[in-house]
Design a protein around this ligand. Sequence first.
Ligand SMILES: *[C@@H]1O[C@H](CO)[C@@H](O)[C@H](O)[C@H]1NC(C)=O
Ligand SMILES: *[C@@H]1O[C@H](CO)[C@@H](O)[C@H](O)[C@H]1NC(C)=O
Ligand SMILES: *[C@@H]1O[C@H](CO)[C@@H](O)[C@H](O)[C@H]1NC(C)=O
Ligand SMILES: *[C@@H]1O[C@H](CO)[C@@H](O)[C@H](O)[C@H]1NC(C)=O
Ligand SMILES: *[C@@H]1O[C@H](CO)[C@@H](O)[C@H](O)[C@H]1NC(C)=O
Ligand SMILES: *[C@@H]1O[C@H](CO)[C@@H](O)[C@H](O)[C@H]1NC(C)=O
Ligand SMILES: *[C@@H]1O[C@H](CO)[C@@H](O)[C@H](O)[C@H]1NC(C)=O
Length: 498
Amino acid sequence: MQLSYIIWLFFGILISYNIKLYIDSQVQYEIKIDGDSISMNLLGKSIGNHGLEMACKQLQDYINVSKLEINFQLNGLTHIQTLLLTISRFKNLKELNLQLGNNPIQNTTASNVQALLIQLQNLESLYLGLDGLFTHQGRVQIIKSISEMKKVHTLQISLINTDLGDDKIDMLLSLAQMRQLKSLELILMGCSLTASSTKSLQTLLYKLPKLDNLVLNLYGNKIRQDGIDDLSAGLYHQRQVKGLEIELYFNNITSNGTETLMSVTGQMINLTKLHIGLEFNYIEDQGAKHIAQALTNLQNLNDLSINVASKNFGFLGYESILLAIEKIPYLNSLKLIIGVNKCGPRGADLLKKVLFKHDKLKTLILDYTENYIGDAGASFIGEGLLSQRKLEFLKLNLNFNSITDRGALDIVKSIHTLKHQPKHIDLRLSQNKISDRASKEILRYISNITQGIELFEFELLGTALTNATRDDLISTYRNLKNFEFIVDTIPPSYWDEQ
Ligand SMILES: *[C@@H]1O[C@H](CO)[C@@H](O)[C@H](O)[C@H]1NC(C)=O
Ligand SMILES: *[C@@H]1O[C@H](CO)[C@@H](O)[C@H](O)[C@H]1NC(C)=O
Ligand SMILES: *[C@@H]1O[C@H](CO)[C@@H](O)[C@H](O)[C@H]1NC(C)=O
Ligand SMILES: *[C@@H]1O[C@H](CO)[C@@H](O)[C@H](O)[C@H]1NC(C)=O
Ligand SMILES: *[C@@H]1O[C@H](CO)[C@@H](O)[C@H](O)[C@H]1NC(C)=O
Ligand SMILES: *[C@@H]1O[C@H](CO)[C@@H](O)[C@H](O)[C@H]1NC(C)=O
Ligand SMILES: *[C@@H]1O[C@H](CO)[C@@H](O)[C@H](O)[C@H]1NC(C)=O
């Protein structure tokens, strides 16, 4: 793969307007070109309309582009017609990822977006981000155009913070016309979805063709028992899916809701990928047992992510989930977000056994924030890590776990000793009780690994280090390659209050 990076820096031309532009926005365009694929990420760079015009001038030369990824979210744009026109000339485009959300774009532009979609008749994959854009009527028109795209088999629509309450969500029903669709992702975070909206989702899932991959991000809505019932009834019609991601963070789902949802999930026996997000709900131990029950049916899984961090979920629920994971035949990706659950050293010991069983993980993400695992727990997790033989990506969050020098060093020494060093490691040991001496030793171990990997991220915040040690660590490791490090201190009096 030949990847060329071209970086354009725009310096102001010496007329007042442009000088102002440069000073205001420091626009830096980075376009990545790889064959016929182009990617440009300007998220939150405040480039404004003028900056966008410049970006379009750069883009228009790549007339043969087949894959285009552009992120212009949060850029203060009001007029995007030129951009849409530029894209409409790319007749070979097969994959388009266009993120326009959170710009003050005029509402009338919805019809230009619609016109663009009508012209892109060769498109096979579309990822469209319209967060907080247009009026309901405008969005209805855009969705209608999407549903008429004959070749699109992979579709993602993001409508974060868009009011889809009551029957407004019905606009998505037209997507059911897309008989060729294989993968659908709906990002409907904070869309005021209530009981009546989940009825529409149920209808949509019922009418859609049989999908291979389904992602429903329903973060921060008002989905309760009846909502879960509707959703589960809809999912029942899609139980052939191979990939399912369902994000229900911050709704109002109880153990009974979890039971309904997981009884359908447990019938999706061909799932290879399951991501389930139930953080900040009320699932309790009983709900966790329903998750475990479903997992025992899903013997084809290789990519599992479970997020059940919540205060009212105890050891028994945790234990049932981990025992079920241990019984899955083979996993290459495991993500467990089980913070704030008091799983303790016993829970860490259980995790160690799971890691012994699944010793060929490529990706391991563990968020055990505030789980009272202590030094013994940290040592168990360290031993579990040592079993890993193929790890490429490791993220370990052990913040707020009463870990002292011994536990912290055990973890770091284990990572240092890994036979197969991951390319990317993210370790967080903030808000623990680590001394000046141990923190220096930890940094020595870490710095010894950084040469061999792409990136090591290390967070050590809220510690009782002296300022001198903090300053020493910062000056010693600030310029270390492949290393991102944040450290700070808190006054020792803070610890007396704990
Ligand atoms: C685009 O493709 C056509 C036909 O393959 C070729 O003639 C032309 O030079 C290409 N244009 C660019 C800018 O690469
Ligand atoms: C678009 O319409 C919505 C709803 O009518 C309105 O709140 C919003 O301010 C309009 N946006 C612009 C950029 O005019
Ligand atoms: C799972 O796959 C098998 C073999 O392809 C198929 O016969 C079966 O119907 C599928 N099960 C479901 C629930 O889709
Ligand atoms: C959660 O749902 C129950 C009914 O299932 C309701 O009584 C309760 O008030 C809801 N809680 C919140 C925070 O919405
Ligand atoms: C959960 O379901 C059980 C039996 O199915 C029922 O007795 C109980 O009242 C339900 N709890 C809630 C909170 O709805
Ligand atoms: C750093 O790693 C090398 C081998 O890769 C080892 O010989 C050396 O002892 C290590 N240093 C520390 C401080 O761990
Ligand atoms: C340590 O540094 C912090 C923040 O940099 C500062 O507020 C604090 O006063 C310093 N403490 C001492 C004892 O110098």
